[in-house]
Design a binder for this molecule. Structure first.
Ligand code: NAP
Length: 226
């Protein structure tokens, strides 16, 4: 299996790469910094290949799709992990909309762009899976005050997950949203669960059997409310 993970030079993305490689899969570890991608891939071993990919760049998406097509001819798993702006300092009623726009560019349009760019390669894969790394902050049924840029971008990512799952259901492409829980990364800060535990739920969705769920929202392999 060949899996691509975005934002994988640190945090949950890097750990997802480590776990997928440990399961014997070929991993395309992508990061917006070429050096950071190379350093992280180097540490994880020979089945992990670095690629430079800024998810906000249409040119990067096209270049990466072309490179994967030439080298592998297919892709089995896309993990949309990269995200920014857990804006605990903001409230919706006064939020800086430039900050919101920037978050949506990375957290929504990034995954959307990559799904579109990589879909031909995923269609050529044997067991295509798309995992959108979401958050409890995306849950409309639990939505409260605060983190407006982050919450709106992740709620929209969940909506995108539902649409893509429905549109690809007939083709066997499983598309799910996964909340990793509160994880002790740079974004999550200290006190969260170990990164290996957060990443495991993402790996679960990346390696679902062909009769596995699609269009769902999960944490630790269990459904969570939209
Ligand atoms: P993190 O430690 O802040 O890492 C974020 C990663 O995204 C970094 O590798 C970063 O790269 C990358 N990134 C940011 N903008 C990018 C861009 N334009 N193109 C490519 N990569 C980009 O975050 P994390 O905690 O591992 O979070 C991973 C995922 O889990 C995110 O989707 C996050 O929303 C979700 N999540 C996390 C928690 C938590 O408690 N940590 C909870 C719920 C959901 P640079 O090093 O270049 O900045």
């Amino acid at each position: 299996m060949i899996a691509l993970v975005t934002g994988a030079n640190r945090g949950i993305g890097r750990e997802v790469c480590r776990q997928l490689a440990g399961l014997g899969h070929t991993v395309l570890l992508t990061a917006r910094s070429e050096q950071a991608a190379a350093a992280a891939a180097d540490e994880l071993g020979p089945s992990v290949h670095p690629l430079t990919l800024d998810v906000t760049s249409p040119e990067d998406a096209a270049r990466v799709a072309a490179e994967i097509g030439e080298r592998f001819g297919r892709l089995d798993v896309l993990v949309n992990n990269a995200a920014i702006t857990y804006d605990t300092w903001q409230r919706a009623i006064t939020a800086d909309l430039d900050v919101v726009r920037e978050a949506v560019e990375t957290n929504l349009y990034g995954p959307w762009r990559l799904i579109q760019a990589l879909l031909p390669l995923l269609r050529a894969g044997e067991h295509p899976r798309i995992v959108n790394v979401s958050s409890a902050a995306a849950s409309l049924s639990m939505m409260g005050a605060g983190t407006p840029a982050y919450s709106v971008s992740k709620a929209a990512l969940n909506a995108l997950t539902r649409m893509c799952a429905a549109e690809l259901r007939g083709e066997g492409v499983l598309v799910n949203a996964v909340c990793p829980g509160w994880v002790a990364t740079d974004m999550g800060g200290p006190g969260g669960r170990p990164v290996a535990e957060g990443a495991a739920g993402v790996v679960w969705a990346a390696t679902l059997p062909d009769d596995g769920p699609t269009g769902g929202f999960f944490r630790d392999g269990q459904p969570v409310p939209w």
